[in-house]
Design a binder for this molecule. Structure first.
Ligand code: E4P
Length: 300
């Protein structure tokens, strides 16, 4: 599995690169803002971007800000022209759907992906929250699709009352079996067995619990990735999945078990992937047992 770091922070990118495990970087406007705020004007933004591109040999995603096809394509071309010659590794991030309110066009993102992929500019389709969006993006020619696992987990927990604010930090992992059981618990609470037939088709609240509006039977971010991977594999699309909005090392592991091609991971979660208290304990024991004769052989 390729590992990207999900940050625009140069120190984090350089550190992750020095570990020898880094295959790419993803940024978005919020991550750029965070990096610029913490760099406190040390460097101009274009120099900052150039340095990211020079630090990593793999793909670096830079996101557009407009919401209409022509303007997104124009921004993408500008970014690509200004930065791709640095290290030939710019990928343009386009939201799968730029609509922000009812009545907005839902297909501007897909149209921009189509145009850009036809001109040979690689696209990472972002803000993917359901498998059908990934299918659309793949059809339009996206090189990558980025499902947002953590944000879907947040949304599902919130919907079923598992979100308890600060007592339950984002890194806490809820497997889909648990969220499904909680959903079933709500359903049992709302309808008796006898009522089931009558009520289930009339009671919108109960129907919502079955369908969850837009989630269509998915119970976690991992479910989302699993579903879209099946779909893309079924039709042999070359579009690669970048598991994004990762909150925990367990999500990374489960993505790897599913054969997801890439995960873009916050710096702290990459660090967490390496830590186990039994490894540290084992190190201490080995360290204490080194006898001087052995050490002198090693020191040559
Ligand atoms: C993906 O490329 C995004 O930059 C990112 O993963 C979003 O993560 P968040 O939900 O933690 O903001």
């Amino acid at each position: 599995m390729d590992i990207f770091v999900d940050t625009a922070d140069l120190d984090e990118i350089k550190e992750a690169e020095s570990w020898g495990i880094l295959d790419g970087v993803t940024t978005n406007p919020s991550l750029i803002k965070k990096a610029v705020d913490s760099a406190q004007g040390d460097m101009s933004l274009d120099k900052h971007i150039v340095e990211i591109l020079e630090t990593v040999d793999g793909p670096v995603s830079l996101e557009v800000t407009e919401i209409k096809q022509e303007k997104m394509v124009k921004e993408a071309e500008t970014l690509y022209e200004q930065f791709n010659h640095i290290n030939e590794n710019v990928v343009i991030k386009i939201p799968v759907n730029t609509a922000m309110k009812e009545g907005d066009d839902n297909f501007e993102g897909v149209k921009a992906i189509k145009t850009l992929s036809e001109t040979g500019i690689p696209v990472n389709c972002t803000l993917v929250m359901k498998p059908n969006q990934a299918l659309m993006a793949a059809k339009a020619g996206a090189e990558y699709v980025s499902p947002f696992l953590g944000r879907i987990d947040d949304h599902i927990r919130n919907r079923i009352g598992l979100d308890r604010g600060e007592d339950y930090p984002k890194g806490i992992y809820y497997p889909s079996e648990l969220t499904e059981r909680v959903r079933d618990f709500h359903i049992r609470d709302k309808i008796s067995k006898e009522e089931l037939d009558d009520v289930v088709y009339q009671n919108q609240e109960v129907m919502d619990l079955f369908d969850w509006g837009n989630d269509h039977g998915l119970f976690s971010g991992i479910d989302l990735v699993w579903s879209m991977k099946n779909i893309l594999d079924n039709y042999s699309y070359e579009t690669k999945i970048i598991a994004a909005s990762i909150r925990s090392a367990r999500q990374v592991r489960q993505c790897a078990e599913l054969g997801v091609e890439i995960a873009t991971i916050p710096f702290s979660v990459i660090e967490d992937m390496m830590v186990h208290h039994k490894t540290s304990e084992g190190m201490k024991a080995f360290d204490q047992d080194v006898i001087p004769e052995y050490k002198s052989i090693l020191d040559g």
